[in-house]
Design a protein around this ligand. Sequence first.
Ligand SMILES: C[S@@+](CC[C@H](N)C(=O)[O-])C[C@H]1O[C@@H](n2cnc3c(N)ncnc32)[C@H](O)[C@@H]1O
Length: 307
Amino acid sequence: MNNNPLHTHAEPIRLSGSKANTNLEWDSEGFMLAGRGPKSCTMKVEGGRDTSQEWQHKQDKALAEYQGSHILEQITATTHSIYKLFGAYIGATLHGPNEKLQPNVLDVGCGIGQRLPMYMRKLIDGVNYFGMDAFDINSDRDYPFICARLEDLSEIVAFHNKFDVFVFGTSLDHFENIDEVARAVKKIAAPGAVVIFWIGLHDTSLVASEEGANALRRTFNGARPLVVMWRLLRFAFWNFPRIFYALERRRVKLKRGENLDNLHFWYFTEKDLPSVLARFGEITDISMVPGSNSVFATCRVPADGQQ
Ligand SMILES: C[S@@+](CC[C@H](N)C(=O)[O-])C[C@H]1O[C@@H](n2cnc3c(N)ncnc32)[C@H](O)[C@@H]1O
């Protein structure tokens, strides 16, 4: 129990649903409720605005990847470490002089896995967590789940001024219109709310440094000096030209504003990150994740009237 007088209580949000009832039901607010397992409680927002064909196309293309990474949790050791670091970053951001007890956390684009996203697993006891995702997949989850697009959720008056913390874990670049996302966040943000991001950056130097670090690790991995020399030469004359060509193609595409893949809408860089984040409020932190092209960042949403 935290008795610190500086810490205020968040206004609790509860998704109510009958545990006995496994059928989705219409609620008076216009969304559907379902209570299933002992931990899960799913709410589905129906009848939102039409989505663009491009957004739907990118979602369809990404699904196969999410099935591997979110459901089967087949991820690289580096990504696994970043998940854990992101959890620690969220935990550190939640604690501070203005912290709320049991804050309402909305994980925007939490993914399709039945288990809690890895970054939340050590934090769940101190927070009132809600995963939210547009995909209607695995609705019987181990945590309260809101199946909706953020843009539609923010239209529901019952959610206005409610969430103390927003988490965007590699999801912001999957949204079509960042200004619309920022407006939606501000509508449903409680006073003093913070927005916490994990974003992949696409600067050639950052992508190259990750590639280079991995290559050097493989080169020196337990080998004798002669083998290391041989690997270095092979890297210099075989791998390096290929990496250079691939990165140069990325750089040119980025400069021309072309897509680098068919999954994302945005490919943020170090230079444009501050202007993107500032749409959500005052930027209070930007931290590069060492040895990667990932960045963690936090913004404080302005109080009503200061937007
Ligand atoms: C890369 S995944 C991130 C999953 C999870 N946060 C993680 O880090 O493992 C991006 C997620 O954003 C969701 N998403 C994309 N557009 C959305 C929208 N308009 N509203 C809600 N979720 C959305 C996608 O369905 C997808 O599951």
